[in-house]
Design a binder for this molecule. Structure first.
Ligand SMILES: NC(=O)c1ccc[n+]([C@@H]2O[C@H](COP(=O)([O-])OP(=O)(O)OC[C@H]3O[C@@H](n4cnc5c(N)ncnc54)[C@H](OP(=O)(O)O)[C@@H]3O)[C@@H](O)[C@H]2O)c1
Length: 209
């Protein structure tokens, strides 16, 4: 039995992954922001849901992420794998309390920050694994450090690719600096989930589509 953290596991791709992990007999800790969705996610796992726990946390702010990491470290000696499926999708320049763009804060920075704080738990695993779910990006894209971390002036198109390539860059960094870990990135493709909930109706499409 492995211990697996699914960040963003209270819906969509993360929930499906959590479902498959518990079905295979693993213990799963799910992170998400919405407490109600988290409880519904646990209930949807049925009997094997006893092997899963939900922890509500807003990962978009430095302070609450640090608090969450402190609690995860206190309650979990070892994680064999961490799957990052946290994400929002919005072309608006929504800012977090730290003054960062929400999309950047959730889809990239929170993963980096959480991983760095939880590395001790993965190092205790026999062969720890880290997977980051992100969108398709041309791998020839260069990281433009002048844009980080403020993304001002805001330009969604430029930011979008930078966030996706940032995930690749960080996974490559982990693979290089933590030789005992397996780290990688998965392109989510196009899955019908809740990811467009912050987008206008003409992007979300009709309820039937
Ligand atoms: N679906 C696609 O076609 C597609 C395409 C390309 C990339 N992706 C990427 O794949 C990943 C999974 O997306 P999905 O489609 O499964 O979408 P989803 O169902 O909306 O899942 C996103 C997850 O992120 C969590 N989250 C968002 N903001 C958070 C915050 N501030 N703090 C903590 N948790 C937060 C959500 O929890 P709450 O609901 O509680 O906020 C939810 O569990 C995302 O990174 C997404 O960008 C998806």
């Amino acid at each position: 039995m492995k211990s697996i953290l699914v960040s963003g596991g209270n819906s969509g791709i993360g929930l499906q992954a959590a479902r498959e992990f518990v079905a295979q007999g693993h213990r799963v800790v799910i992170l998400g922001r919405d407490q109600r969705k988290g409880q519904e996610a646990l209930a949807s796992l049925g009997e094997v849901g006893k092997q899963a726990a939900f922890f509500a946390v807003d990962l978009s702010t430095h302070a609450s992420l640090r608090e969450a990491a402190k609690r995860l470290l206190a309650e979990n000696d070892c994680f064999d794998a961490i799957l990052h499926t946290t994400g929002v999708f919005t072309s608006k320049d929504i800012r977090t309390v730290d003054g960062l763009n929400l999309y950047f804060a959730v889809n990239y920075l929170s993963r980096y920050h959480l991983m760095q704080l939880l590395l001790p738990t993965l190092r205790r695993a026999e062969r720890g694994r880290v997977v980051m779910m992100t969108a398709k990006v041309d791998l020839s894209t260069n990281v433009d450090l002048r844009l980080f971390p403020k993304f001002e002036p805001f330009n969604f198109r430029r930011m979008n690719d930078q966030i996706a390539i940032g995930n690749h860059h960080y996974a490559a960094h982990l693979a290089r600096t933590e030789p005992e870990l397996l780290a990688g990135v998965v392109n989510a493709g196009a899955a019908k989930t809740d990811i467009l909930r912050l987008s206008p109706w003409y992007i979300r499409g009709s309820p039937q589509s």
